[in-house]
Structures are given as C-alpha cells and as structure tokens.
Design a protein around this ligand. Structure first.
Ligand code: SAM
Length: 291
C-alpha cells in the first residue's frame, strides 16, 4: 500500500490538513509515513519551495508545492480552507523539523480546526527534542521557550519570567548571538546553572558542549561565534534544601521586623517552602515565645 524512496505507490490518504515533520539536517531523518503523505497530497504548503524542492527530489516525489509563510499566510488561508472544504488533502512542511515549532502554521491549524476540518500530525524531527535528549539535562519536565529577544534588555526581562520554571529550559539561538545570550542567561538564571549548547544536530559537525552557564558564556566569548544552528538548554534551578533549624532561624529573624503573615511569606519564598507550613511554624514559634 505505501512505500518510501523513489517510485512510491499511491496511498489512500483521507481529506484534511497534515502537519508533516521533515529533517533538521540529516536527510534520512524522515518517516515513511511522511513520504507517503507528501507523495499523495493534493498540495504541499512549504515555507520555502526551493528548500522543499530539494527534499522532494531526494526522494523522487513529484509534489505540488506552493509557498506558505508568515508574509502570505493571511492571504492564503481562505484558499486553503476552501480546498479543505472540497475534500483536499493538504500537507504543511517547514524548512526543517516540525512546522509550528518556531515556524509558520499555527494560525492555519487553528483556522482549519475552527472550520471543522481534520488536522493530522505526521511527527518526526525537531531540534528541541534532539537537543534535549542529547544534553544530559533532566528530561522529565522541560519548557520550550523558542527564540529569546535579540536585544539584551528585552532578553533579560523575558528570562526573569522563566527564572523559577522547575524544569529544563530549551531555547533556539543563532551563532552570532550565542555568547551574549549565554551571558544574559548566566546573569539572570545564575552562572552556576548547568547548561548545554547543541550545535548542528544530525549534521557533519554535530557537537553538544556541556558546562555551567558561566563557563559556556566564557568559552563562546573567547572562541567567537560558532557556525551553524544552535539549541541552548539550561537545567532546572537548584532545589533549595533547608533544615528545620534554617527555617526557625529565618523565621525568628523575620518576626523581629515583620508581622507574622509577611514573615511567613518572605521566609517561604527565600527557602522555597510552602507558605502554609511556614505560617503554621511561625505561629508555633510566637506562642512558644509568649509562653
Ligand atoms: N521547526 C524547527 C524544529 O522543529 O526544530 C525549528 C525551526 S527554527 C526557525 C530554526 C532554529 O531551530 C535554528 O535557528 C536553531 O536554533 C534550531 N535548529 C534547527 N535545526 C537545528 C540543528 N540541526 N541543530 C541545532 N539547532 C537546530
């Protein structure tokens, strides 16, 4: 029924919009199902038809390519929705990896669903997951934060909002901005945080460099901007470990200058403990002192 490589047989593909992942470097990182869908689609929407053309010719696929990107999306969406309404089978691809992930497509998927059309994922490569799994950083909880703002002030402000996220953070970055972004990450998240820079994943010069944010920032400041495409990852904030003794000492200090509730809030934040528990302990300490 289905086949990959040159000379595919036609496959039965239901009407709908297919969000198809393509390689992030190594051309062989494409699924058999992705090749089936791209061969069978009535239209393949591509971020850049020249890039898509190379992929199609590598696999001997004669796709009907048309451009879909941020600059023509608003104009193209009504035409695409009407093709879907006519029973069209439409595939969406980006230049690399998974569409919608720091790439166009979100509005199209949203509008297609609103109009009652089927949307099918055809999963595959994405730099964020490739970077995560080779980083050595915790993968049980992570947050993808896309590209950071290009200017340092806005970048630091964005990082402030991510500082306490209790998981690995994943960012996309370019070579020329890498060193200054790492320096801002170190300044806001703390230079001792463990981190990794994953570069040219699945390609010839693939490299994942691990270290603290400070050591990585220093390395790229000295070495200069690296070539190629980059994922930055930072480990979660260090868990604060405090003993009951630390809690009591901090509470006694705080109670000297603050009302009980404020003291509990401030100590709970400082030690990373639940406010309710800290408040209960503050009440106990106060009654012990009064007795
Ligand atoms: N949609 C893509 C995906 O699923 O990964 C990402 C598209 S985004 C416009 C491009 C960014 O992804 C690059 O600037 C880089 O940060 C990252 N990236 C893409 N390919 C990569 C690779 N092979 N190695 C490292 N990072 C990569």
């Amino acid at each position: 029924m289905s086949a990959a490589g040159g000379g595919q047989q036609p496959v039965a593909v239901s009407p709908g919009l297919y969000v198809v992942s393509t390689p992030i470097g190594n051309l062989r990182d494409i699924t058999l199902r992705a090749l089936d869908i791209l061969s069978a689609a009535d239209e393949v929407l591509a971020e850049d038809t020249r890039v898509a053309g190379k992929l199609m010719s590598a696999y001997g696929i004669k796709a009907r390519l048309s451009p879909y990107h941020d600059h023509n999306g608003a104009e193209r969406r009504p035409q695409i929705l009407s093709r879907l309404a006519d029973g069209g089978r439409i595939a969406l691809i980006s230049d690399a990896g998974t569409p919608l992930i720091s790439d166009p497509g979100w509005k199209l998927v949203h509008d297609a669903l609103e109009a009652g059309h089927k949307v099918y994922p055809v999963p595959g490569a994405s730099a964020l997951l490739a970077g995560l799994v080779a980083s050595g950083l915790p993968s049980d909880r992570f947050m993808f934060a896309g590209f950071l703002p290009p200017k340092s002030g806005a970048r630091k402000a964005a990082l402030e909002t991510l500082k306490h996220v209790p998981g690995t953070l994943v960012f996309y970055e370019s070579g020329p901005r890498l060193a200054e972004s790492l320096a801002d990450l170190a300044a806001v998240l703390g230079g001792g945080r463990t981190a990794a820079v994953a570069r040219e994943l699945t390609k010839l010069f693939e490299e994942t460099r691990r270290g603290t944010l400070t050591s990585l920032a220093e390395h790229y400041q000295t070495a200069g901007p690296p070539r190629g495409e980059i994922v930055i990852l930072t480990g979660p904030p260090e868990e604060k470990t405090s003993t009951p003794g630390d809690l009591d000492a901090a509470l006694r200090d705080a109670l000297l200058t603050m009302p009980t509730k404020d003291a509990a809030t401030s100590v709970a934040e400082a030690l990373g403990l639940p406010r309710r528990d800290v408040y209960q302990r503050a009440l106990q300490l106060k009654s012990e002192n009064a007795g």
